[in-house]
Design a protein around this ligand. Structure first.
Ligand SMILES: [Zn+2]
Length: 80
């Protein structure tokens, strides 16, 4: 297990092949989970294209369209 505390109110937890992201920095109680081995889609905050992330790497997600790096903290979550 790996716990990566990013701020007073956000952290990542890697556990059994899953990564959990918890963020309360905007008092929104965001909780997301990702399977580390399954590709998933994110929207690039720079060009709004959909980026398929093949492997979990929080520090460097590179957009194939605009070639810019972004981190998952940049993503705006929709509140459900
Ligand atoms: Zn982009």
């Amino acid at each position: 297990m790996k716990i990566d505390i990013r701020s007073d109110s956000s952290l990542y937890i890697e556990l059994n092949g899953w990564t959990y992201y918890i963020d309360d920095s905007n008092n929104e109680q965001i909780m997301e989970k990702f399977n580390n081995n399954a590709p998933f889609d994110l929207q690039c905050p720079h060009c709004d294209e959909t980026v398929t992330v093949q492997h979990m790497n929080w520090t460097a997600i590179v957009c194939l369209h605009c070639k810019r790096e972004f981190s998952i903290e940049c993503i705006e979550y929709n509140t459900h």
